[in-house]
Design a protein around this ligand. Structure first.
Ligand code: NDP
Length: 244
């Protein structure tokens, strides 16, 4: 997707791998200055080689204090992509406190925290902004072993709406993208049983999963002025799954 983000500064969380990494590359190629935030420093080193000039930040977003220290003074950001997440799978009866708490800290609480930091700065500068929360179609339907993960994404639907409502008067738009399986490291783990993956894929009207590029294109659209009147909404990137 050809969009021009020159003169804007973007922050992408979960920038080391998968969807976040390709979002950084696309924003960088479209002229944005990019702050790339993730947990594994080797990923940032290789990403900085591919995208000279990006600003790498290595932090565990599940740690509130460390995140405040790393991002509290990050400065002006115009575009925010809350993408970092973990998919920790357990059957409902075996869900542990540790997995539940860790999942909500990384997948949801960090979205609140990073968005607060960024939105406060946008408001103090009096500039418009766009925030995209990377959610999932499991915000709306769930599957075995995804109790905790899908609960974090279901809650993200309401967090997105609440942010859109309170930040809208400041000309800050907030939306989500909701993909089906994407065969990143996370997606491969979630669909590692080949029989299940094949049957699951066939249940999609388009008979396929989503590509990273499909998700990135929707993120860029929601970040851009092409979606200037869209807020509190979500784009399904689900190969038609929820229509069936
Ligand atoms: P990956 O696991 O491939 O990448 C996730 C990235 O987030 C990694 O760079 C990871 O770093 C980083 N990350 C995870 N936890 C933290 C943390 N605590 N602090 C900082 N960074 C962290 O996932 P995807 O690219 O597949 O997923 C991206 C988004 O898309 C997620 O929100 C996910 O829920 C959503 N999604 C994915 C789907 C899929 O099938 N792949 C389907 C629907 C939605 P590290 O590896 O170092 O931990």
């Amino acid at each position: 997707m050809q969009l021009n983000f020159s003169g804007l500064r973007a922050l992408v969380t979960g920038a080391g791998k998968g969807i976040g990494r390709d979002t950084v590359k696309a924003l960088h190629a479209s002229g944005a200055k990019v702050v790339a935030v993730t947990r594994t420093s080797a990923d940032l080193v290789s990403l900085a080689k591919e995208c000279p000039g990006i600003e790498p930040v290595c932090v565990d977003l599940g740690d509130w204090e460390a995140t405040e220290k790393a991002l509290g003074g990050i400065g002006p950001v115009d575009l925010l992509v809350n993408n970092a997440a973990v998919a920790l799978m357990q059957p409902f009866l075996e869900v542990t406190k540790e997995v539940f708490d860790r999942s909500f800290k990384v997948n949801l609480r960090s979205v609140l925290q990073v968005s607060q930091i960024v939105a406060r700065d946008m408001i103090s500068r009096g500039v418009p902004g766009s925030i995209v929360n990377v959610s999932s179609m499991v915000a709306y339907v769930t599957y075995p072993n995804l109790t905790t993960y899908s609960s974090t994404k279901g809650a993200m639907t309401m967090l997105t709406k609440a942010m859109a409502m309170e930040l809208g008067p400041h000309k800050i738009r907030v939306n989500s993208v909701n993909p089906t399986v994407v065969l990143t490291d996370m997606g491969k783990k979630v669909s590692e049983n080949p029989d299940y993956a094949k049957k699951f894929k066939e249940r999609h009207p388009l008979r396929k999963f989503a590509e990273v590029e499909d998700v990135v294109n929707s993120i860029l659209f929601l970040l851009s002025d092409s979606s200037a009147s869209t807020s509190g909404s979500g784009i399904l990137v689900d190969a038609g799954y929820l229509a069936s």
